[in-house]
Ligand binder design. Sequence first.
Ligand SMILES: Cc1cc2nc3c(=O)[nH]c(=O)nc-3n(C[C@H](O)[C@H](O)[C@H](O)COP(=O)(O)O)c2cc1C
Length: 352
Amino acid sequence: MDVQKAINERRAYRSLEPVEITEKLVKDLAKNAQLAPSCFNNQPTRFVFVYDPASLKELHAALSPGNAWAQAASLIVVVFSKREDDCLIRDREYFQFDTGLATAFLILRATELGLVAHPIAGFSPKKTKEILGIPEEYKVITLVNVGKHSETISPVLSDEQVEAEKKRPKRIPLNKFVYLNSFKKKNKEAHEMKKTIFMTIFLLLTFATGQNAISHCQIPCGIYNDQMRFSMIEENILTIEKSMKQIVELSKKPDKNFNQIVRWTLNKENHADEIAHIVSYYFLAQRVKPVDSKDAPAQKEYLAKISLLHEVIVYAMKAKQTTDLAHVEKLRSLLQKFHKLYLGKEATKHSH
Ligand SMILES: Cc1cc2nc3c(=O)[nH]c(=O)nc-3n(C[C@H](O)[C@H](O)[C@H](O)COP(=O)(O)O)c2cc1C
């Protein structure tokens, strides 16, 4: 198997069936991890390979409830290290980075051997240290659960975990984390967004001072679907609402649910950004046009529209900061108001 294939085939599966663990396999995995690079060749990574059934059973006590599936692992590789064992360059501490690299090598080799090797953070480091006799000064970084992938879905999985068995969880697109030559250039879009918000404020001020406002069009104009944009914003609001409720619910047991809490929070962020994007790039930049400053009624309506749109951006931002459902309601009411003003009629009610 080549590296590309191993990278593609590696998955954090949770439905595991037993596999024979031999000393030969353990040495093979360890030797591959050993070849990973490390700062000054410090090699700070330490592993305990736990595969004797009685020791495994003991270690299960350290797993978080949400990781009960890992009890089916035939081997748990306990990965630990300490900061003093690797480069400390001012505020840069390399021990966790180098341990991650070595663990990635081990995981890829296990994948090549047809095994699942699933790292987790949901465990108690304190219990792990007690059970295995790892000295206090070490940091237990992850437990890598090794087994054979089972086609039969583990009965202890949550709906979301079952979903992840069938389909690899989504990745953020390259343009969200890859920058070519400079970080600044790639951030142009965020910069554009700030510019648009600035432009809104500028337009409000322009109105106040009675000067003519400037309009601009960012894509070739002429193809518009207003109703679709309203529906998209409604959908985004609905998703933010669901995310907030999920975050509140899951936060009752943060240890067990931390992974899902992070995912729902990211989901909320993305959908709030989507609203701000539609408002800025579609409605403000292209659809709501400045009017003759001497035409007082037209100016009044124009100001009302851009004020509402500005508020939508502000409340989309507030929805990112908290799980306060009042922000969701405010977004809905602002959207309704804008819909009425912009299209001259109430929006059709959607069930949610
Ligand atoms: C540091 C780390 C901690 C993780 N913790 C957990 C965990 O506690 N429980 C779990 O089920 N999965 C855990 N995962 C697995 C991720 O959820 C998984 O890698 C991610 O959803 C992407 O899926 P994929 O690896 O199948 O592509 C962890 C992964 C990493 C790298």
